[in-house]
Design a protein around this ligand. Structure first.
Ligand code: IVH
Length: 701
């Protein structure tokens, strides 16, 4: 028994980490809850094996580096999950038994309990603090007790008011003014449309895809650049006002007030007064959810009265006045007809399942992802098997299991090919890498076609008229084998080819010539360096300005560039270390492709390569103006103090955590005047009465 308990604890801790920290869950919620329940039951039956570090004792943690961690005003609890109407009925019976007949809660046997039913949004939890009607802080759930301060990122989300709305004088008194200080909790979501756009961009850059909108929302909230967060299309629904002495008696009243104050509260929220009404509500949301533009995974049922909520209280993990009803993940069973192994432009080999067409969540599914060799082995999927496919918000359905009872009498385990299915080269799989790669980059047709298709794509060199089929034709005709060959193509060579003709041939040649105007950042992206997407390419181009500077950059300089970690740096260095790639670059350069960034007006290079964090408010310039000055002098703005921060520009009311971190890391802390002295802007900005201050001699803190 002890062994089983320990095994469950280990597994659950591992899955918690995968879910909250890596944003890459391996198992579904249902499976996770089943394991958690089994552990809780075993622990209850065997108190002798108690362990305060057991996963049953805490909610999962999303804490990650790079953000200040701040304690919540009140812990952010989780919800108990139910998966059937029977369990919901048990919840209601328990609530009504506990509150029934007791005058304390203002309720007696004859009275019914009111419940508020809300959609359960499938995103990531957030706690917002408002003071004097102004958003002052946004924290993730973290470990439930303290969360990461993601205020700068949350400020970019349009459905979150930075300042609360004034409420008309004819509104009920409790709505008229908001509490001087309160928190409101809710969920940050990425709508499906934004999620698909994001993944399409990442797929084009061969960056890892987000498994579902929930992970994409959680990942986006933890980006280090608010400007990037702003582009991710996040939205928020709020569902809980928290604070001392709130002027409400019920949860539903607080939600109506929150809506008046400018928060986005779901219009599908409803007060239900019986189990039948709750049942009808659940059925309604279940029917509606496929049409909603964002993911929901259930319904939350909350006791409406605050007095009853207080009486019911909470366990260490979840309130006893609320419960979640979770919808079963949509899945369907179908037959696995065959498996294809397709080769991408980087040589990565991906298994794709061909299925007997099956209806799932409103669409016909014919193909499903099988990820990699480990996944195939784990599931022991075989051709001819009846398999379960699921679409849990993911764009591509995936195979989640096999019906072993329906396995044909004769079947063989599926083997990952040893040779490239396109060119026959022996596949390689590096240590720690889940995928197999074809190493024959120069000679493997799908890789050649893929690289050229990426090079000409709209966001790269934007050369029209060259779809994958046409490129495959040009490769087969030996007219091109690298993107550089495009620049020597003549219309007479193209016109006779099937489906082309003179007009298309001329358009292609003109498009190739026009691509010589494409700026360096996009050229860099077009090269298709592994892990260098559009954004990273922009940062690299802005930092290095020329390809030559990038090629000869030492690893420590690469690491200074935003979005460039060890793996990206390694991919960049690996790319330029390959003589074939350098030969391609040289041929493109000869053709006239831009390998230098346009000149930008810079005030000076006084801060070249320096990372500056700004905190607090300043006497002479706004924070935005100071940020612009940093960039104009060649510096880079950073949102959080990190090991590579060069200095902290400190104003009044500087964030105490930023200050403490800078001190701990020994990062110089400078005043506005000292900063202006460094950039040489001191004359322009210092009012005459401050001219006799010698900024260099004033040391703050
Ligand atoms: S109330 C103490 N209401 O579900 C009660 N949570 O599984 C706290 N969630 O951490 C939550 N929709 O992130 C509540 N309408 C809703 C919700 C909701 C989604 C999330 C929330 C919570 C998680 C618990």
């Amino acid at each position: 028994m002890k062994q089983r308990i320990e095994r469950l604890r280990e597994e659950l801790a591992r899955h918690n980490h995968k879910y909250y920290v890596e944003n890459a869950p391996e198992i579904g919620d249902e499976e996770f809850d089943r394991m958690m329940r089994e552990l809780a039951d075993l622990e209850a039956a065997h108190p002798e094996f108690d362990d305060p570090a057991s996963p049953t004792r805490r909610v999962g943690s999303d804490l990650s580096g790079g953000f200040e961690t701040v304690t919540h005003s009140r812990p952010m609890l989780s919800l108990a999950n139910t998966y059937s109407m029977e369990e919901v009925a048990e919840f209601c019976t328990r609530v009504e038994r506990e509150v029934g007949g007791n005058a304390l809660g203002g309720l007696n046997d004859a009275q019914e309990v009111a419940y508020v039913c809300e959609p359960k949004f499938d995103g990531t939890a957030i706690s917002l603090s408002y003071e004097g009607g102004v958003l002052v802080r946004a924290l993730t759930r973290g470990d439930g007790v303290a969360g990461d301060d993601v205020t700068a990122n949350v400020r970019t989300i349009h459905s979150i008011p930075l300042k609360l709305h004034e409420v008309p004088a004819n509104s009920p008194p409790a709505f008229r003014c908001w509490p001087a200080s309160f928190d409101i909790r809710g969920e940050i979501l990425m709508p499906y449309a934004a999620f698909e756009r994001l993944n399409a961009r990442r797929a084009a850059a061969e960056e890892a895809l987000f498994a579902n909108p929930r992970n994409a929302a959680a990942g986006s909230l933890k980006l280090q650049s608010p400007a990037l967060v702003a582009r991710r299309g996040l939205e928020a629904f709020l569902y809980g006002v928290v604070g001392e002495g709130l002027p409400f008696e019920t949860h539903s009243e607080s939600l109506r007030a929150a809506r008046e104050w400018g928060f986005r509260v779901s219009e599908h929220t409803r007060v239900c007064r019986s189990l039948d009404e709750i049942r009808a509500y659940i059925a309604e949301i279940d029917g509606l959810r496929a049409a909603l533009p964002y993911a929901t995974d259930g319904v939350v049922i909350k006791v409406d009265s605050y007095a009853l909520q207080r009486r019911l209280g909470a366990t260490a993990k979840s309130p006893r006045w609320a419960v979640a009803y979770k919808f079963a993940a949509e899945s369907a069973a179908t037959r696995l007809v065959s498996v294809e192994f397709s080769v991408g432009r980087t040589g990565a080999v991906t298994p794709v399942a061909n299925l007997d067409p099956v209806q799932l969540a409103g669409t016909t599914v014919k193909r499903a992802s099988m990820h990699n060799a480990d996944q195939i082995a784990l599931l022991d999927v075989r051709v001819g098997d009846m398999v379960y496919v699921e679409k849990g918000g993911e764009i591509i359905p995936k195979i989640t299991g096999v019906d072993l009872l329906a396995r044909p009498a004769v079947s063989v385990p599926l083997e990952f090919p040893a040779m490239c299915p396109a060119c026959g080269a022996t596949l390689v799989r590096d240590e720690g890498e889940a995928r197999h790669f074809c190493p024959n980059a120069a000679g493997c047709p799908p890789q050649i076609v893929g690289r050229i298709a990426h090079f000409v794509s709209r966001r790269a060199m934007d050369i029209e008229g060259l779809g994958e089929e046409t490129i495959a034709l040009l490769v087969a005709e030996r007219l091109v084998s690298t993107p550089a060959d495009l620049y020597t193509l003549r219309a007479e060579q193209l016109a006779p080819l099937p489906r082309l003709g003179e007009k298309s041939a001329e358009n292609i040649v003109a498009g190739v010539a026009a691509s010589l105007e494409i700026p360096f950042a996009r050229v860099l992206y077009a090269l298709g360096i592994r892990m260098v997407g559009e954004t990273t390419a922009k940062y690299l181009a802005a930092h290095f300005r020329t390809l030559d500077a990038l090629v000869s950059a030492p690893p420590e300089e690469l690491a200074q560039v935003e979005e460039v970690g060890d793996k990206v740096a390694e991919a960049i260095r690996g790319y330029f270390a390959d003589p074939q790639n350098m030969a391609l670059v040289e041929r493109l350069r000869e053709a006239g492709v831009r390998f230098e960034a346009e000149e930008k007006t810079v005030a000076s290079d006084a801060l070249a390569g320096r990372h500056v964090v700004i905190s607090g408010s300043f006497a002479l310039h706004s924070r935005d103006a100071l940020k612009e000055m940093i960039e104009a002098h060649g510096g880079r703005n950073q949102s959080a103090v990190a090991a590579n921060t060069d200095f902290l520009l400190a104003g009044e009311k500087i964030g105490p955590a930023k200050l403490a971190k800078a001190r701990k890391l020994g990062i110089p802390i400078i005043s506005e005047e000292q900063f202006l002295a460094m950039t040489g802007d001191v004359e322009k900005s210092t009012p005459s009465d401050k001219n006799d201050n010698n900024p260099q001699e004033r040391v703050l803190f």
